[in-house]
Design a binder for this molecule. Structure first.
Ligand SMILES: Cc1ncc(COP(=O)(O)O)c(C=O)c1O
Length: 398
């Protein structure tokens, strides 16, 4: 049978990508099918943290291909998943790890594990999830229910019931909805990503820990976007000194292959039984081997110091641009996760940056989000900011 659709039309239109078709990637650069190079400051939305064609990723894939075992399902044991789980709990906190295939799956699993634990002590009523204004946890029925994007939610309601809302920075708002009898979990991103690149005050995270301890509620940190070196710390919550009960990781974990990990503290892990959750693909040898290679690289002090050096270089360059470009109102973020605030729609500026050969994304209506690879050469950070400066010239001021 022949089809009259173009390739673009054949894809379900849940995205509206620009025309360029990318066919090659090297380091911080993507190249389209006309040979045009673009500095990629999206990293596939905080995924390809070692850049494109990273030798660590390539070598790990080749090693797995040599074994011939890229999938067995979780009916059987394989070495890479077990080794990766050990390495993750060594680096994060004692506990156990569940592997899945995406960020949203991390959130769904985290909610299930938290509910399982909460109900085992508190009974069936203890099931609610407290989420925050600006929070983003995924597009499935549970995670979407805990995501503060009415436009994404409303067409699909009813979503998972039992989500209550609080305000970041306002412990009284948490106190009002977090209940010993009804609440299973509080979920928060230590740096909100989609909600506008907003670092959460460490003192607020400590306050959440206190409330969760008092009321026997699981504290869930969603570090799907901000974790694994992006902030200059391996885990974004480290600076707060707070240990969550559940930690979610995904995007950069397997260097561009789909993978998520949910790390659960022992008191929650011991309430989980075979059959409580599952996934055919999660933690397969291919993704787990690549993740081990990524983790070995991004967890070293030298690598993390390099991220902080790049943060300084990027911040200085962006601050200089803010000083000369009145349409830029400020900057916020941590590490190589930076949001530039504008007083106009971000979309046309993102498009103009692309015309200048710079890929960036927005984070909400008026924030330009920069997510360069964590090992980007410093001169390419400067080049990216120069391209951004030129993008402003292309878009008439509103
Ligand atoms: C903090 C956070 N959580 C969850 C998700 C959902 O991840 P995925 O798109 O892999 O389902 C995202 C995606 O942007 C995210 O930024």
């Amino acid at each position: 049978m022949t089809t009259t659709k173009t390739g673009r039309e054949a894809l379900l239109a849940v995205y509206a990508p620009p025309e360029a078709v990318f066919v090659e990637g090297r380091g911080a650069w993507l190249f389209d099918d006309e040979g045009r190079g673009y500095l990629d400051f999206t990293s596939g939305i905080a995924v390809t943290s070692l850049g494109h064609d990273a030798p660590e990723v390539r070598r790990a894939i080749e090693r797995v291909l040599d074994t011939g075992v890229i999938h067995t399902s979780n009916l059987f044991r394989t070495e890479p998943a077990e080794a990766l789980a050990q390495e993750l709990i060594e680096l994060a906190f004692p506990g156990s790890v569940f592997f899945c295939n995406s960020g949203a799956e991390v959130g769904e699993a985290a909610f299930k594990f938290a509910r399982r634990w909460a109900r085992s002590a508190g009974g069936a009523a203890k099931h609610e999830i407290v989420s925050f204004g600006g929070g983003f946890h995924g597009r499935l029925f549970g995670t979407l229910a805990a995501t503060d994007r009415p436009r994404y939610r409303e067409p699909f309601e009813p979503l998972m019931p039992g989500v209550r809302w609080a305000t970041v920075g306002d412990l009284a708002s948490v106190d009002a909805v977090c209940s010993r009898e009804r609440t299973a979990a509080v979920v928060i991103e230590p740096v909100q990503g989609e909600g506008g690149v907003r670092p959460v005050d460490p003192e607020f995270l400590r306050g959440l820990r206190r409330i969760c301890d008092e009321r026997e509620v699981a504290l869930v940190f969603d570090e799907i976007q901000c974790g694994l070196g992006r902030t200059g710390d391996l885990f974004a919550h480290e600076a707060s000194g707070v240990r969550p009960d559940v930690l979610g990781l995904a995007k950069p974990l397997a260097g561009g292959l789909p993978m998520g990990a949910v790390i659960v503290a022992p008191h929650i892990a011991e309430t989980i039984r075979p059959g409580d959750h599952g996934t055919t693909f999660g933690g397969g040898p291919l993704v787990a081997s690549v993740a081990r290679a990524i983790l070995a690289k991004v967890s070293t002090p030298e690598f993390l110091a390099g991220v902080r050096d790049r943060e300084r270089a990027l911040s200085e360059a962006v601050d200089a641009l803010i000083a000369s470009e009145p349409r830029l109102k400020g900057r916020r973020g941590r590490g190589l996760m930076q949001g530039l605030l504008v007083d106009e729609a971000a979309g046309p500026l993102v498009a103009a940056a692309r015309d200048e050969g710079l890929l960036i994304c927005s984070a909400g209506p008026d924030v330009l989000r920069l997510l360069p690879p964590l090992n980007v050469p410093i001169h390419e950070l400067h080049e990216g900011v120069e391209r951004l400066a030129r993008a402003f010239q292309r878009v008439p001021a509103p």
